[in-house]
Design a protein around this ligand. Structure first.
Ligand SMILES: Cc1ncc(COP(=O)(O)O)c(C=O)c1O
Length: 314
């Protein structure tokens, strides 16, 4: 089994031991949250490690950087090669990857021009739910914290500072004995969970919301929509009201770390049969087959990691 301690981190063009991958306490990103990042996953397949939906993650990373005016100092090609190298060097075909581009150091001024820095971190396993929760489901609550409105902070960008909202919601849920929380948006509808998008099933129809509900447009969400349609389910996209969840037959959360995680309880109300429902299970099984390179329909989602190094990183 792979070691749990991350060994190699890519930082500004260099491959470094984790403890040598350091930044400066004057970094703008540290003080003001000016960093954009991705959570990406590599899955072990019969043909070696493959990154799930790398193109979509790079699209979102560059789009997030553009929103905050953070100049990305590396090309998509170089970031892809560096990510491959992080997977190879660490020897983790199955891993969670975290590219981050943040503003470095200059002065403390909020408008300071600070040079961007880029790092790619990896951990062999980062899962939101335990193995048991993937089938049994998690216990959730409605958060006391609202999801920030997209007119205040753009919810479709994935930026470091935005995660204070998720931290508050996750901590509040844990303090009250729950595994996660749904955040309501300014309209009082369900936005998303702390680090995941929300789906529910009623009468065989799959429902989720979109950016009009102040959510991050998850790449797993998009994959699940495509999978559900390929399996023949109708997918409807619109607001999710609180009572929709209370009456749902199945509910699940989606995300790169979350994958497809069933919800079995909301504030004491049991969802459906109180464990993973049959439609959730079918979608999950297809998702896993796609990620592991076993479903030809979704093979274009995989970026296979070449076994040999294609770029030099010292
Ligand atoms: C707030 C939030 N919503 C949704 C998601 C799901 O996005 P994805 O499926 O791209 O990982 C995440 C995880 O990255 C998240 O942090």
């Amino acid at each position: 089994m792979a070691s749990e301690s991350p060994k190699w981190t890519w930082l500004n063009g260099k491959m470094l031991r984790r403890d040598d991958a350091l930044t400066n306490v004057w970094a703008h990103g540290l003080h003001y949250g000016t960093g954009v990042f991705e959570g990406i996953r590599s899955y072990d397949t019969a043909e070696g490690p493959a990154i799930f939906r790398m193109d979509a993650h790079l699209d979102r990373l560059f789009a997030s950087a553009a929103v905050y005016g953070i100049p990305m100092p590396y090309s998509r090609e170089l970031l892809t090669e560096a990510t491959h190298e992080v997977i190879r060097r660490n020897g983790w075909p199955d891993c969670y990857l975290r590219p981050i581009c943040f503003l470095g150091t200059n002065t403390l001024g909020i408008r300071a021009e600070c040079p961007p820095e880029v790092a790619i971190l990896a951990v062999p396993a980062l899962r939101h739910g335990t193995a048991e929760e993937m089938t049994r489901g998690i216990r959730t609550t409605i958060s006391q914290w609202l999801k920030f409105d997209t007119r205040a902070i753009p919810s479709t960008a994935k930026a470091a500072g935005q995660y204070l909202n998720s931290v508050l919601a996750a901590r509040d849920a844990a303090a009250r004995g729950f595994d996660d929380a749904f955040l309501l948006n300014a309209q009082g509808n369900i936005a998303e969970a702390s680090v995941s998008n929300v789906f529910f099933i009623r009468d065989g129809v799959v429902y989720t919301n979109d950016e009009k509900s102040s959510i991050l447009l998850g790449i797993t969400r998009d994959s699940v929509i495509q999978i559900a349609r390929a399996l023949g389910y109708e997918v409807r996209i619109g607001d999710i009201r609180r009572e929709d969840l209370m009456r749902a037959e199945e509910i699940f959360l989606t995300g790169t770390a979350t994958e497809i995680l069933p919800v079995r309880e909301i504030d004491g109300t049991i969802v459906g049969r109180g464990s993973r429902g049959p439609i959730t299970e079918r979608i999950y099984d297809t998702f896993v087959a796609a990620a592991r390179g076993k479903d030809a329909r979704f093979r274009h989602w995989l970026d296979f990691v070449p076994q040999l190094q294609t770029a030099h990183f010292s």
